[in-house]
Design a protein around this ligand. Structure first.
Ligand code: AP5
Ligand code: MG
Length: 214
């Protein structure tokens, strides 16, 4: 199955993609995670991306294209869930062309709908593990006791000011892609509020429907 998980920052794309990986054997391809790893290791990509990520802006399309396409190719063009890609018209057009060339079009784009006030609350309480990249939430998914607290940090771009900018970038540059995918019959909107497992059940329902109609 070839999926995109779509939605605003903090919608739960990473959380749901990880569950799909664990339970459905899909490979999670998260451009944000790849970029953060590059920042940490101060690679050439990391150095180019740094100022954009810190400001909550999108990294230029040309820098992320190869990240996504190479990761998809590594997985044999199947059984993946894209998390955080595509995010612009240009990225969506490239992705369509790239997959069509291999005759492996997307099965669905699942858009997680979450209101801004819920997002701001989620992101202010999110914590990440600096080494494993594991994501936690201080209220309902706190780091286990055996995890050393010195590795648990807030993402730099989860500061309130940066979150506001990310939301506005999402509205201007990324949300319009819903229309692009609706026109192609791929868009599935899922209510992203409620508990993590409730959202996962809704995602599974969409996948069941897709399988039934395949
Ligand atoms: P990226 O890492 O993709 O960030 P994002 O899209 O802003 O999304 P987040 O990772 O913040 O949120 P999420 O939807 O994954 O939510 P999560 O599951 O963690 O991108 C970062 C930056 O990299 C971008 O700003 C840009 O600079 C650059 N970049 C990346 N891709 C790019 C691209 N394609 N083009 C250009 N630039 C790119 O959940 C959030 C929190 O909520 C967690 O604490 C979680 O535990 C909690 N939570 C999740 N679900 C629930 C629930 N149901 N109930 C309660 N809490 C929940
Ligand atoms: Mg994420």
């Amino acid at each position: 199955m070839r999926l995109v998980l779509f939605g605003p920052p903090g919608a739960g794309k990473g959380t749901q993609a990880r569950l799909l990986a664990e339970r459905r054997g899909l490979v999670q391809i998260a451009t944000g995670d790849i970029i953060r790893e590059a920042l940490k290791n101060e690679t050439p990509l990391g150095k180019k991306a740094k100022s954009y990520v810190e400001a909550g802006e999108l990294v230029p399309d040309s820098l992320v294209r190869d990240l996504a396409e190479n990761a998809i190719a590594d997985e044999g063009y199947d059984d993946f869930v894209l998390d955080g890609y595509p995010r612009t018209d240009q990225q969506a057009a490239w992705l369509t062309e790239f997959l069509e060339e291999k005759d492996r079009p997307l099965d669905a784009v699942i858009s997680l709908a979450v209101p801004d006030e819920v997002i701001v609350r989620r992101l202010s309480r999110r914590r990440v593990h600096t080494e494993t990249g594991e994501t936690y939430h201080l209220d309902h998914d706190p780091p286990p006791d055996d995890v050393d607290p010195q590795y648990i940090v807030q993402r730099d771009d989860d500061q309130p000011e940066t979150v506001r900018n990310r939301l506005s970038v999402y509205r201007d540059e990324t949300k319009p892609l819903e229309e692009y995918y609706r026109e192609r019959g791929l868009l599935q909107t899922v209510d992203g509020t409620g508990g993590i497992e409730d959202v996962y059940d809704r995602v599974e329902e969409v996948l069941d429907d897709l399988r039934a109609s395949a």
